[in-house]
Write a new protein. Structure first.
Length: 93
């Protein structure tokens, strides 16, 4: 066995860390896009991914927290739209 070979546990830890970082970035992006389109779908998805990333101890906790905050903001925007217009989407007319 070469000294550069990683143990399976180390490889699994590295993969899990990479996955949690990807979840944090995805939460941020989904929350940001959700402010403009598909609030009902992208808001909760951003919240779930952000919370999962935080629970898995991501190296990007700021992005995960922003993803959660933007996901909640998506839902608040949706609630305001429904209250104001009685619609589930943006309305220009």
């Amino acid at each position: 066995m070469s000294p550069r070979a990683d143990s399976p546990a180390r490889t699994a830890t590295r993969v899990r860390a990479r996955d949690s970082d990807a979840m944090a970035v995805a939460a941020f992006v989904l929350g940001l896009v959700g402010l403009l389109v598909m609030n009902l779908l992208l808001g909760p998805a951003a919240v779930v991914l952000g919370v999962l990333a935080l629970r898995r101890h991501t190296a990007r906790p700021g992005r995960a927290c922003l993803g959660v905050a933007l996901g909640v903001a998506d839902l608040v925007v949706l609630a305001c739209l429904v209250t104001a217009d009685g619609t589930w989407s943006w309305s220009l007319t």
